[in-house]
Every structure is written in structure tokens, then in C-alpha cells.
Ligand binder design. Structure first.
Ligand SMILES: *[C@@H]1O[C@H](CO)[C@@H](O)[C@H](O)[C@H]1NC(C)=O
Ligand SMILES: *[C@@H]1O[C@H](CO)[C@@H](O)[C@H](O)[C@H]1NC(C)=O
Ligand SMILES: *[C@@H]1O[C@H](CO)[C@@H](O)[C@H](O)[C@H]1NC(C)=O
Ligand SMILES: *[C@@H]1O[C@H](CO)[C@@H](O)[C@H](O)[C@H]1NC(C)=O
Length: 272
């Protein structure tokens, strides 16, 4: 019998390049999280950020699509704001969909713009819960850790005042610095299209603050890209079954490389 360790070493040897790619932190890793909702045009909404069907959809004050992808951000003098429907929603008690401002250490934004990630919380009250989020923005404020800034209406202050401008309301309804609104009831002061996403934080997300998470790239589900209209060209290369790849060796082999598996099987036949 050839031991599992020897087989594993052979596999590593045979597909070193594929394994290196899989270990790349654009694919999986550990991350910190935070909450944000500033209504600004999102960074992944500008043309040319990556190769895709189109940039992340932006909206006007009535949440109507802004079709000029070069329109300036509502945080400045422009008329493009974040769309209200790029908010989180729960499927069940342990799984939600949403959007995030992403930053991956030592990567460039053409890797994360419009890419989807399965994010599993690893600390706090939400430990074990999962989200699948699409990278609709970039989180460039802290460059020392992988980060997912979860887009949650009323989940943090609207620092630049763009939410007040987009909806014609007082910026105070978006709450206080570093916290946003404090109760689910206060979500009812937000513009109607933002209320459900705001309440999600107090229900599914249990009002958690910066839980840590592990993440891995997955093929974007259409429920997310239907809202952003943005599908990366390289999403076509991700097989849906990758999404449930476990860490055991059998599925890791499938996950890492079918090419490596072919060579591995050939060598196995030769040895046995
Ligand atoms: C609120 O936003 C600030 C600035 O981006 C960030 O440092 C902070 O962690 C956020 N707060 C929460 C609770 O996520
Ligand atoms: C929650 O929904 C997710 C996604 O549809 C599914 O994979 C999971 O099995 C569901 N969990 C429960 C407890 O129903
Ligand atoms: C939500 O958490 C913040 C602290 O992060 C706290 O100030 C606030 O009272 C909490 N709200 C509820 C409803 O528990
Ligand atoms: C979350 O991760 C950061 C960075 O790795 C670490 O400093 C912090 O202690 C972690 N927090 C929890 C609650 O695990």
C-alpha cells in the first residue's frame, strides 16, 4: 500500500503550480469585516476596473439606473449613487446574500471587483453563519488585512453626506459615527428602500460589530448579478461545485485542478 502521505506529496509535486494558484488569497483566506453604507458611487462602478459585462450598476435619487458609467459620484458633484437594492437579505437563519467593499492584501482591484465570495463568520454572535457577497466596492482605508466592508444601510455613518443628498433627508437619520442607527426601530427613519437592509442587521446579523471571517471566491449567483448587472468574464471558469469544496483531500483535488488530477491518476495507476 502506498500511504496517504506519499500520495499527497506526489499530488503536491505534480500540481505545485495549481496548488500555488489555489492558495492565492484572491481565492480564499481570513478577513476582517466592518459595516458601511455611504451612498457614494462604488469603486467597482467605474469602467475598466476588470473584464466584465459592465461596471456595477449605480442609481440616481429615485433608485433608477444611471446608464452613464462615467457619471461622477454623488459624494462629489456627480449624480451616481449606490443602488438601494445592493443591500443584504436573509435566505434562512444561517445564510444571507449581500454586497461588500473588498480589499485583499497584495492584490489589485481587478481581482475583486464584481467577484463573489462565500464569507463564513468566525467570531462573535454570528460565528458559523455564511453570506455570499459580490464585491461592488473597494475598501482601501486599511491596507494591512483582507477586508469585507459589508454594505448595510444605516450600518455606519454616511460620512460624506451623500445619503442625505441622494434621498433628500437629514444626514442624522443615518445614525452616529462608527455605529449608524442603534435600533431596528430607528431603521424606520431611513428612506423606504433602505429599511429592510437596515433591519437585517438587527435580525440576521444580530447587531454584530466587526466579526472576523474566512472567505473563498465562488461563482456569482444570478440573484446578486441580476441587481448589479455585472458578471466577470473569469466567472465562467469557476465551476458551481467548487462552492462546496471541503478541505478533505478528495474534493481538494477537484477544487485545485482537474489537470493535476489527470496526471495524478495516471501516476497512481503506474505505481499500483
Ligand atoms: C464604520 O466606518 C469606519 C470608517 O470606514 C470604520 O473604520 C469602522 O470600522 C466602521 N464601523 C463598523 C461598526 O463597522
Ligand atoms: C439555508 O440556505 C442555504 C442556501 O440556500 C442552504 O445551503 C442551507 O442548507 C440552508 N440552511 C438551512 C438550515 O435551511
Ligand atoms: C447595537 O450595538 C451597539 C454597539 O455596537 C449598541 O450601542 C446598540 O445599543 C445595539 N443595539 C441593540 C438594539 O442592541
Ligand atoms: C480578528 O482578526 C484580527 C486580525 O487578524 C485580530 O487582531 C482579532 O483579534 C480577531 N478578532 C477576533 C474576535 O477573533
Amino acid at each position: 500500500m502506498v500511504s496517504a502521505n506519499i500520495l499527497a506529496s506526489l499530488f503536491l509535486f505534480l500540481s505545485a503550480s495549481q496548488v500555488a494558484t489555489a492558495a492565492d488569497n484572491t481565492v480564499s483566506g481570513e478577513a476582517i469585516t466592518e459595516r458601511y453604507w455611504d451612498c457614494c458611487k462604488t469603486d467597482c462602478a467605474w469602467p475598466g476596473r476588470t473584464e466584465w459585462t459592465q461596471p456595477i450598476q449605480q442609481c440616481d435619487g429615485n433608485n433608477k439606473a444611471v446608464t452613464d458609467f462615467n457619471a461622477g459620484s454623488g459624494c462629489g458633484d456627480g449624480k451616481a449613487f449606490s443602488c438601494a437594492d445592493q443591500s443584504p437579505w436573509a435566505i434562512n437563519d444561517t445564510f444571507s446574500y449581500g454586497y461588500a467593499g473588498v480589499y485583499l492584501v497584495e492584490q489589485v482591484r481587478d481581482k475583486w471587483c464584481s467577484a463573489c465570495y462565500e464569507v463564513t463568520f468566525t467570531s462573535g454572535k454570528v460565528k458559523g453563519k455564511k453570506m455570499v457577497v459580490q464585491g461592488h466596492n473597494s475598501g482601501f482605508d486599511l491596507l494591512t488585512a483582507n477586508k469585507f466592508a459589508l454594505a448595510i444601510p444605516g450600518g455606519n455613518t454616511s460620512f460624506a453626506g451623500a445619503c442625505a443628498k441622494q434621498y433628500g433627508v437629514d444626514n442624522k437619520v443615518f445614525g452616529i459615527e462608527d455605529e449608524g442607527v442603534s435600533t431596528s426601530k430607528e431603521c424606520e427613519n431611513l428612506p423606504k428602500p433602505l429599511q429592510a437592509g437596515c433591519k437585517w442587521r438587527f435580525d440576521w446579523f444580530m447587531n454584530e460589530t466587526r466579526p472576523n471571517a474566512s472567505y473563498k471566491r465562488v461563482k456569482c449567483p444570478t440573484v446578486l448579478t441580476d441587481r448589479t448587472k455585472s458578471i466577470r468574464n473569469d466567472d465562467a471558469d469557476i465551476k458551481p461545485e467548487d462552492q462546496d469544496a471541503e478541505e478533505d483531500s478528495a474534493s481538494s483535488i477537484t477544487y485545485y485542478s482537474t489537470l493535476g488530477l489527470g496526471a495524478f491518476t495516471a501516476l497512481l495507476k503506474f505505481i499500483l
